[in-house]
Design a protein around this ligand. Structure first.
Ligand SMILES: Nc1nc2c(ncn2[C@@H]2O[C@H](COP(=O)(O)OP(=O)(O)OP(=O)(O)O)[C@@H](O)[C@H]2O)c(=O)[nH]1
Ligand SMILES: [Mg+2]
Length: 410
């Protein structure tokens, strides 16, 4: 086995991933950074702080190395890069190019680049592991499959899903009569893409509709409401927010800020008031004003788990009774950086709520994005949106094709 070659490839992958992330970090808007984290002492939030610190340290360390490397590279080939702007470039009129590209595909391209950059760590986490295993084998045997399974599990794809991926892989390798280990990589990509694209349904909101955001604390419920309000407004819909997380005054204020930013009304009561009453009032107001979408924030934690689930059930009962004509969407928000833990949370919330969709936040910069494959495969609840940053525009409708491409394209 050629160890040196091994390391070089790993280094290259890492570098590629790092530059994509660095590029993304430099362009993303900084909003609300860490504000929430300072307000609560819950473990999950502390973890987020730690992981942010780790990422910063890691980024600084890598940036230093990268800077050194860049200097070396520049010194080595200075002349070529100076000569680069050729006549061709000078001749091409800029305007003509702009005319050709209409606004829509450009926007889509921006979206795609953002998710691709966000997924760079996940991509190298999955693919460099797979490539290393495949390189270590000359024939396809049982041991190879076992090592692949282990690699997929390590990449946060989850045990059950990794087992079923490898099972399907065996079948396809046999069917396609593949003999060389390096050709297995494309089949793995194919199998995972099929999982991501299975059971596609379109997310459509009719008017009026009510969207309830649920999930444990710190996953990004309130932020996602702010981003959703922005998305819906851009579609020409009227939006109202309900501050049904009355557990902390700061939670109500946070929603209020998102309301101001989006220029939409926020229905709020005092801290510790009944969340059901907030939702009741919001429904009456939304009806009176013919609001298209009512977005309800809920608490991520209460004194105990049972309280939380009971409170959610009460909110759903009020919506059923007061707003039967409205389309009801219950979106469970999961934090991609928590990996397997996100799956456990989903199982818990499924007991209390009819979850209609998943929002997977914080996909930007995490290496644990493989969890989306497990979520698709195991939860049987559609992923509707993905969060790729803290800014108002950092929420994307989950597009199976784009996501699979972003995950595997170099
Ligand atoms: N990087 C990144 N950060 C995000 C994303 N979504 C939310 N956040 C951040 O995560 C933190 C927690 O978000 P909140 O919206 O307050 O979470 P919450 O679920 O409402 O939390 P509770 O109100 O405590 O239940 C904030 O600092 C957000 O800016 C995302 O997609 N990417
Ligand atoms: Mg909140």
């Amino acid at each position: 086995m050629d160890n040196e070659k091994f390391e070089n490839i790993e280094e290259k992958e890492e570098k590629k991933g790092f530059f994509a992330k660095l590029k993304y970090e430099l362009t993303k808007p900084i909003e609300f950074g860490g504000k929430k984290n300072k307000e609560t002492e819950e473990e999950a939030v502390e973890e987020t702080v730690e992981s942010v610190e780790e990422t910063v340290e890691e980024a600084v360390g890598k940036a230093e190395t990268a800077a050194e490397e860049t200097v070396e590279e520049t010194v080595e080939e200075p002349e070529e890069s100076i000569e680069e702007p050729t006549e061709e470039t000078a001749e091409e009129p800029e305007e003509e190019q702009l005319e050709e590209v209409s606004e829509e595909p450009e926007k889509k391209q921006g979206f795609f680049e953002k998710i691709k950059a966000g997924l760079s760590k996940t991509r190298s986490n999955i693919m460099s592991g797979v490539e290393n295993v495949l390189k270590a084998f000359t024939t396809i045997d049982e041991e190879l499959y076992e090592e692949l399974e282990e690699t997929l599990i390590m990449a946060d794809i989850g045990v059950d899903t990794s087992v079923s991926i490898v099972e399907e892989l065996r079948k396809r390798v046999k069917e396609q009569k593949i003999k060389e280990p390096e050709k297995v990589k494309d089949v793995i990509i194919e199998v995972i893409t099929d999982i991501l694209q299975a059971d596609k349904t379109e997310f459509k909101l009719t008017s009026p509709s009510v969207v309830i955001m649920i999930g444990v604390n710190g996953v990004g419920k309130t932020t996602t409401i702010g981003k959703l309000a922005n998305n819906f407004k851009k579609e020409g819909k009227t939006v109202m927010l309900a501050a049904a997380d009355t557990f902390r005054a700061a939670a109500i204020d946070q929603l209020e800020i998102w309301g101001e930013r989006n220029d939409v009304q926020v229905i709020r009561h005092q801290e510790n008031s009944d969340p059901g009453a907030v939702v009741y009032d919001a429904i009456q107001s939304a009806k009176a004003k013919n609001i298209d979408v009512l977005l309800c924030d809920t608490a991520g934690r209460l004194h105990n788990k049972k309280n939380l689930m009971e409170e959610l059930k009460k909110i759903f009962r009020i919506i059923d009774r007061e707003y039967p004509d409205a389309q009801r969407e219950v979106l469970l928000v999961l934090d991609a950086t928590t990996g397997q833990n996100a799956l456990q949370q989903a199982k818990l919330f499924k007991e209390a709520a009819d979850i209609t969709g998943i929002v997977l936040t914080k996909l930007d910069g995490t290496a644990k994005g493989g969890i989306v494959i497990a979520i698709k495969n195991e939860l049987k609840v559609p992923v509707r949106y993905v969060g790729v940053g803290e800014g108002i525009d950092d929420l994307q409708l989950f597009d199976e094709n784009d996501f699979a491409r972003a995950l595997f394209e170099d």
